[in-house]
Write a protein that binds this ligand. Structure first.
Ligand SMILES: CC(C)[C@H](C(=O)O)[C@@H](O)C(=O)O
Ligand code: SF4
Length: 779
């Protein structure tokens, strides 16, 4: 019999395929998740859901938690515990709740007293928790960062966090394959951040919607792991589900000696590397979208507007909205310039800056700090700079930087040297911009109000932010006389110091131990299997069949989740009560005054059950499920738009809501006209029709079979997944045999801790800052 030819596969296809537990005829897939990172903002409601249903965390050994978003970045010298350290009530509640949950559910946790604490996307790679070929998720949109290792890593909402905690799987479907080839070479002063800003400028914030982007080409190959992480980090800003880079020698070198990577030189390491090497896209693999970029066209790039796609080379000027192609774009551009306090035609280098922030999961790693330090060394920040913050991504990054004397370089120049956390990237902690303050920032989002209400953010690379601090304006780092460096080359040759040792793997003595641990799993370390029947009293979803009601018209493109629900409302540990905060910055002029111009403050739209948006990419940005929760709480059960950001789309279904994508312009216009006239519309889900208030059909719409089935029946998909328990356990057994290094139980056994999973989670109050010899930084 002739052997059937194998379809060539991309890197994404390979990793995805290797994790399929079950596939339905309509393409709905149950995907196994190898690594789950958890933080305090998106997990409380998930743990609460587990508890109500009487469920356990299925794989505590594959789950790692930390606090990052809410934590103050002030000195921790006086830290006793998180409850007394965090002043702000809601932030404290969220962090304390996480600590209670990790104890209750036996999850490994890095708290504020642990040097390994830091931004969730910095600590995963740092510990070797993130490995090539894995599936990695987190209730956070920038999970795409981990794709730099050739992992399939993506952000999820809180309901999905609960699903993964309970089942170690996710319900999903295949994404499109998109490849971005960056060939040639980068010029001096151009960093990976410039590459990704340039890419987003080119493809737009919706350019990657529905796709996983593979970044390839000679420029990408030449980059360090940290630089690759900065690129994959912002794949979400290009609208993609995930970003990936094929693993290579640079990847393997980075992983050597990381505590949770297989021990270098062992049989397990060799086996893992052989597998990782196979994770290259086949030469004849097909991509749905292919983009080519020449490295030499990229010059240091900054943003001018309020979306990451609004980029301009530093040598350019603020664009003139009147030159934009459509009326909607012109209007959006005018609003952005007003918000940003900029005039069209102003050279970017004339824009005066108030604050500088070097940090965030995009650019807070050791190489970023080294690169920034090389610019500021021996100089002082300009007198107009009110504050310049350096916020290392983790305690270990901070320690490494201090060992290299970078803290001193920054302090001498006038920067503040802070403790690890998300900090001014989104200002859920006290680090925020005051209204109208302008910030040169190495973070990833420049949405309205992102770094503080009415704050103005310009995104850029660490060397560019450092240059802005010195000059006092947005500045071209290439013009600073002493700066000759290339951000990555310099970083790559920097010496290894103390915290390099902290990464050393002291877990296994010999390969024999290792082999024994891998083939002989202790009985009591098997997954904590949940039953499909939830505890009485836990809730299902309301059924969605026919929805008739007033539809509010909106015309903007890229309505981001930060606009739908700003950060200050993410501090709740409940899913309810967010309706009042929906579209907060647009809806209110101040805490007590409504904005009469905003549609939801006008009759009859105060009663809206539906939103009809004519701009694409509704719900882009963060993974916060608070966005659909706020809409739901207000009374909106369905949003109709030309396109949606993937995570928002998923999150809506998980809450019994129906997002409808209507690509046909005429159809959408007709629905919009009904909304604009203040008439009701009817959404008939069983028949997939949108009707006017008299019952006449306006148009039909698409919805995936499985999602429709769940909505119409009000099914809790955790319960549905649990019915596939046999398949999940079968899959886990196969993984243990084929990729044993992914099995967290093996780490625990190797540590000789006796085989009780829950008891082995790192205890919360333990000090692990390495102050004494008895507190090694090991697992
Ligand atoms: C809080 C979290 C849901 C959010 C995200 O998903 O991105 C945050 O990290 C952000 O950057 O806005
Ligand atoms: S984008 Fe900012 S807020 Fe979000 S995880 Fe990264 S550092 Fe934290």
């Amino acid at each position: 019999m002739p052997v059937a030819e194998r379809t060539p596969q991309t890197l994404y296809d390979k990793v995805f395929q290797a994790h399929i537990v079950d596939e339905k005829l309509d393409g709905t897939i149950l995907l196994y998740i190898d690594r789950h990172l958890v933080h305090e903002v998106t997990s409380p409601q998930a743990f609460e859901g587990l508890e109500k249903a009487g469920r356990k965390v299925r794989r505590p050994d594959c789950t790692l938690a930390t606090t990052d978003h809410n934590v103050p970045t002030t000195s921790r010298k006086t830290l006793r515990d998180i409850a007394s350290f965090i002043q702000e009530d809601d932030s404290r509640t969220q962090c304390v709740t996480l600590e209670e949950n990790v104890k209750k559910f036996g999850v490994t946790y890095f708290g504020l007293s642990d040097k390994r604490q830091g931004i969730v996307h910095v600590i995963g790679p740092e510990q070797g928790f993130t490995l090539p070929g894995t599936t990695v998720v987190c209730g956070d949109s920038h999970t795409s960062t981990h794709g730099a290792f050739g992992a399939l890593a993506f952000g999820i909402g809180t309901s999905e966090v609960e699903h993964v905690l309970a089942t170690q799987t996710l319900i999903t479907k295949r994404s499109k394959n998109m490849r971005i080839l960056v060939d040639g070479e980068l010029s001096p002063g151009v960093s990976s951040k410039d590459v990704v800003l340039h890419i987003i400028g080119k493809i737009g914030t919706a350019g990657g919607t529905g796709s996983v982007i593979e970044f390839a080409g000679s420029v990408i190959r030449s980059l360090s792991m940290e630089a690759r992480m900065s690129i994959c980090n912002m794949a979400i800003e290009g609208g993609a589900r995930a970003g990936m880079v094929a693993p290579d020698e640079i990847t393997f070198e980075y992983l050597k000696g990381r505590p949770l990577a297989p021990k270098c030189g062992s049989d397990e390491w060799n086996k893992a590397v052989a597998y990782w090497k196979s994770l290259q896209s086949d030469p004849d693999a097909k991509y749905d979208i292919d983009i080519h970029i020449d490295g030499k066209d990229i010059i240091p790039t900054v943003t001018w507007g309020t979306s990451p796609e609004d980029v301009v080379p530093i040598t350019g000027s603020v664009p003139d909205p009147e030159t934009f192609p459509t009326e909607a774009k012109k209007a959006a551009g005018r609003r952005m310039l007003e918000y940003m306090g900029l005039a069209a035609g102003t050279p970017m280098e004339d824009v005066v800056v108030d604050k500088v922030f070097i940090g965030s999961c995009t650019n807070s790693r050791i190489e970023d700090l080294r690169a920034a330090a090389s610019v500021v060394k021996g100089k002082k920040i300009a007198s107009n700079i009110k504050r310049a913050l350096i916020v290392p991504g983790s305690g270990l990054v901070k320690e490494q930087a201090e060992a290299e004397g970078l803290d001193k370089i920054f302090a001498d120049a006038g920067f503040e040297w802070r403790e690890a956390g998300c900090s001014m990237c989104l200002g859920m902690n006290p680090d925020i911009l005051s209204p109208k303050e302008r910030c040169a920032s190495t973070s990833n989002r420049n949405f309205e109000g992102r770094q503080g209400a009415q704050g103005r953010t310009h995104l850029m690379s660490p060397v560019m932010a450092a240059a802005a601090a010195i000059v006092g304006k947005l500045a071209d780092v290439r013009k600073l006389a002493e700066y000759k460096g290339s951000p990555h080359i310099e970083a790559a040759v920097a010496p290894e110091t103390t915290s390099g040792k902290a990464h050393a793997d002291e877990r296994i003595e010999t390969d024999d131990h290792e082999k024994e641990a891998l083939t002989d799993q202790p009985e009591d370390s098997s997954p904590q299997v949940n039953t499909s029947v939830p505890k009485a009293g836990s809730t299902g979803l309301p059924k969605f069949t026919v929805l008739k009601g007033i539809a509010a018209p909106m015309e903007k493109a890229n309505i981001d989740t930060d606009a739908i629900i700003p950060k200050q409302f993410l501090k709740t540990i409940k899913r309810t009560g967010l309706g009042k905060a929906l579209f907060y910055e647009w809806r209110y002029l101040d805490a007590n005054t409504e904005n009469p111009d905003f549609v939801l403050n006008q009759e009859p739209y105060r009663q809206a059950k539906i939103i009809v948006c004519t701009g694409p990419n509704f719900g882009c940005g963060s993974s916060r499920e608070h966005a659909p929760w706020a809409l739901n709480d207000f009374g909106v059960k369905s949003v109709i738009a030309p396109s949606f950001a993937d995570i928002f789309f998923n999150n809506s279904f998980k809450n019994g809501m129906l997002p409808i994508a209507i690509k046909n312009k005429d159809d959408l216009e007709k629905v919009h006209a009904e909304a604009a006239a203040g008439r009701e519309i009817e959404i008939d889900l069983p028949n997939q029709l949108i009707k006017d208030q008299d019952g006449n059909t306006i148009c039909s719409f698409e919805v995936e079979e499985f999602r429709k089935h769940c909505l119409v029946n009000g099914f809790d998909d955790i319960g549905l997944t649990m019915q596939l328990e046999d398949k999940i356990s079968e899959f886990e057994k196969k993984m243990t045999l084929e990729t044993p290094w992914l099995d967290g139980r093996a780490y625990l056994k190797r540590k000789g801790q006796g085989g009780k999973l829950a008891a082995k989670a790192v205890p919360v109050p333990k000090t692990n800052r390495g102050e004494t010899k008895t507190e090694p930084l090991e697992w």
